[in-house]
Design a protein around this ligand. Structure first.
Ligand SMILES: Nc1nc2c(c(=O)[nH]1)N[C@H]1C(S)=C(S)[C@@H](COP(=O)(O)O)O[C@H]1N2
Ligand SMILES: [Mo]
Length: 258
């Protein structure tokens, strides 16, 4: 009974976030606001709620062109300043190479042209940020599962880790580069793609050019922008803060189901 009440609270809180545009609730950006705690605790319930109500493999809702009412609001890093990134950007990402390695039989090195020559998938989906705003945009790219099949993932691999070009902060050990991780179940979800196009145009720098992750059943911070490399690993305890992502190392939940 208590759990049902909690689940209802979680669903209600999330329903109130189902905005059509990029409306911001400024109070949710304030870490001291108690309403934010309610939202965060609701998020903690969402993986279990998702399992109970739909199962983790269910598809995220998709929308029509008419639903794309707003530009995709950029958030977090919007203009990476790392020297390697700036050099690639200057050349229009012609020299960009995505590497996929770690626990795979065949490591991959792919240019954007290689990626665009693969089977493409387009989806119009809603992006929910933990801060309390949502956008709807059209994404196009290659399914991550296609790359995993090509690379032939070894049985020991359990997670895909995304290493990014951008650093949001600098710590004692130097720039704190953004990174994220998802398990293979999320990685192989039919809507999990590496997107190079947004709303019919090449991905803008502000939204993660040249390549960003879309993992549609989870919150915005899981969707790594500015992907530099992907590694398959048995666990992520030894990477950076050990919690599986830049924000996870700072207290966010690793599984961020929506
Ligand atoms: N590399 C990188 N990826 C990132 C971030 C970031 O700062 N750096 N911010 C995350 C957060 S919190 C959100 S909400 C989305 C924002 O994506 P957008 O800029 O396309 O709206 O990117 C996510 N991926
Ligand atoms: Mo976010």
């Amino acid at each position: 009974m208590e759990r049902r009440t909690l689940l209802r609270l979680g669903a209600g809180t999330l329903a109130s976030l189902s905005l059509t545009g990029c409306k911001t609730f400024d109070f949710l950006s304030n870490p001291d606001d108690p309403a934010r705690d309610v939202l965060i605790s609701a998020n903690r319930l969402t993986e279990r709620a998702q399992r109970l109500l739909q199962g983790r493999d269910a598809l995220a809702r998709t929308y029509t062109e008419a639903d794309i009412r707003q530009p995709m609001r950029p958030n977090g890093s919007t203009d990476p300043q790392a020297a390697d990134y700036l050099a690639l950007k200057k050349a229009g990402f012609a020299d960009y190479r995505l590497t996929l390695g770690g626990a795979v039989e065949t490591p991959l090195t792919l240019s954007l042209a290689d990626i665009k020559a693969m089977p493409q998938q387009t989806q119009i989906t809603r992006h929910d940020c933990v801060e309390g705003w949502s956008c709807i945009a059209k994404w196009k790219g290659v399914r991550l599962s296609h790359l995993l099949d090509r690379a032939r993932v070894k049985p020991a691999a359990r997670y895909a880790v995304f290493h990014c070009f951008d650093a949001l902060t600098t710590g004692l050990s130097g720039p704190q580069y953004y990174y994220e991780s998802i398990d293979l179940r999320s990685a192989r979800h039919p809507q999990t793609i590496l997107a190079w196009s947004m709303n019919g145009a090449p991905l803008p720098v502000a939204n993660g050019a040249p390549l960003r992750l879309r993992v549609e059943r989870q919150l915005g911070y899981k969707m790594a922008k500015y992907i530099k490399s992907i590694t398959l690993v048995p666990d992520f305890a030894g990477i950076r803060g050990g919690k599986g992502g830049y924000w996870e190392d700072r207290g966010y939940e690793w599984y961020a189901g929506v």
